[in-house]
Design a protein around this ligand. Structure first.
Ligand code: AMP
Ligand code: GLY
Length: 423
């Protein structure tokens, strides 16, 4: 099979790496890809991945048998709809189903109709009303831009003035169109968990869960980021994943199907494990980044086969096998991340890191300069993954590798998967 992979982050590099392990794969193309994906197959540049017509034209031109879409923006733009109209199988939700991530208000409506446990929330289209609501209770305050803001549109704070200022930032255009509506939410207390499922209509196969670290600095301090690290497996009470499947994933899928927007693709439930049980913080219509980097290396089943089974409506007879080994991912970010990541810093030591046993290095914000040197080209630059018999061993391998990689101002947390859990 010839597969076209849409996206350019470390999640997509990991997806590409996993797809390449399949005997059914003949060629992997990526759009727009990154220097890591370029080692796995041709990359197509100069095409906007969020332009549905352009992506469909590329898939047709290259005679792709299947398109796998990694990030949310192309999904929310309707790339899968365009491919489906062209007759090319595509794995990912339609534009209508992708509203589960693209609009927090829509997600709340689906959850309410499906009886899925989540934080109480109200949507505001007017800054004064939103600020009045904030003044009506004591914190903590959770304020979110309604639309897609790359994980950066959320503020969780005890400080009411900061919450009020965030409302101003959303309505003031700080997150573009995404901030035209603002959601104020009940604060959920408890450890977080990321649960992913491969979905097809009303069927789902749940993947091994992972935990990620959203704050920039050790001890969960500093600003929210796209994610600074992750690990899997996560020690959980028995029965929890069954409960999440029955109370969160399946009812959501049934609701979307009943509404005429059946969901096909990866679904991500970001959960808070509260004293009253798991509650949804958010849905994403894709795999998590940086969680994918620790989940897919543990998957022993052929990922391409699972995706094809989902597209052919055969998920109910499929199953997944997992390695008992552990994986830890340390994200290396550019100087200035998350506000103003610096580009063009030369990355050293990558081969030395990647040559270590049980280490995988996935690219995200990297590029080749005019001399062919690898340089920083985005906020999160590399994901360094260590594998081991347990989390401690996986962690020490990840950090041994991370220490070999250098560029001016490189930032990473040193407490990913540290015992006792840093959260
Ligand atoms: P989101 O982009 O909605 O996933 O939010 C980013 C992060 O903010 C989450 O991973 C949580 O750490 C935090 N967060 C979001 N909503 C809530 C909530 N209702 N209660 C507590 N923390 C939250
Ligand atoms: N790990 C957070 C995200 O992918 O949104």
């Amino acid at each position: 099979m010839k597969v076209l992979l849409v996206g350019s982050g470390a999640r997509e590099h990991t997806l590409g790496w996993a797809l390449c392990r399949s005997r059914e794969l003949d060629e992997l193309l990526s759009l727009p890809g990154n220097p890591g994906l370029a080692e796995l197959g041709p990359v197509i540049t100069g095409v906007d991945p969020t332009d549905p017509g352009a992506v469909a034209a590329v898939a047709r031109l290259h005679r792709a048998d299947l398109v796998v879409v990694g990030p949310e923006a192309p999904l929310a733009a309707g790339v899968v709809d365009a491919l489906t109209r062209t007759g090319i199988p595509a794995f990912g939700p339609s534009r209508a189903a992708a509203r589960l991530e693209a609009s927090k208000t829509f997600a709340k409506e689906v959850m309410a109709a499906a009886g899925v446990p989540t934080a109480a929330a109200e949507t505001f289209e007017d800054p004064d009303a939103a600020c009045a609501r904030l003044r009506s209770f004591d914190g903590p305050y959770v304020v979110k831009a309604d639309g897609l803001a790359a994980g950066k549109g959320v503020l969780v704070t005890e400080d009411r003035d900061a919450a009020v200022a965030w409302v101003g930032r959303c309505f003031g255009g700080g997150f573009g169109e995404a901030g035209a509506r603002v959601v104020i939410e009940e604060y959920l207390e408890g450890p977080e968990l990321s649960v992913f499922a491969v979905c097809s209509g009303e069927d789902a196969l749940v993947l091994e869960p992972a935990r990620d670290y959203k704050r920039l600095a050790n001890g969960d301090r500093g600003p929210n980021t796209g994610g600074m690290g992750s690990y899997s497996p996560v020690e959980l009470p028995p029965g929890l994943i069954g409960e999440v499947t029955e109370r969160v994933i399946l009812p959501t899928l049934r609701r979307l199907a009943a509404d005429g927007s059946p969901y096909v693709g990866f679904l991500y439930a970001g959960l808070a494990l509260t004293r009253e049980g798991p509650k949804v913080i958010e849905f994403n219509v894709r795999l998590g980044d940086p969680e994918t980097q620790v989940v897919l290396p543990r998957l022993e089943t052929d990922l391409l086969g699972v995706i094809v089974a989902a597209l052919e409506n055969r998920l109910s007879s499929a199953s997944l096998d997992w390695s008992p080994r552990a994986a830890v991912n340390v994200v290396l970010a550019a100087a200035g991340y998350p506000d103003a990541p610096r580009r063009g810093d030369v990355i050293g030591g990558l081969e030395a890191a990647a040559s270590l046993d049980d280490v995988l290095v996935f690219h995200a914000g990297t590029a080749r300069d005019e001399n062919g040197r690898l340089v920083t080209a985005g906020g999160r630059v590399l994901s360094v993954v260590g594998l081991g018999d347990d989390l401690a061993q996986a962690r020490s391998r990840a950090y041994e590798a991370a220490e070999r990689i250098r560029w001016p101002g490189v930032q990473y947390r040193t407490d990913i998967a540290a015992p006792p859990p840093a959260r």
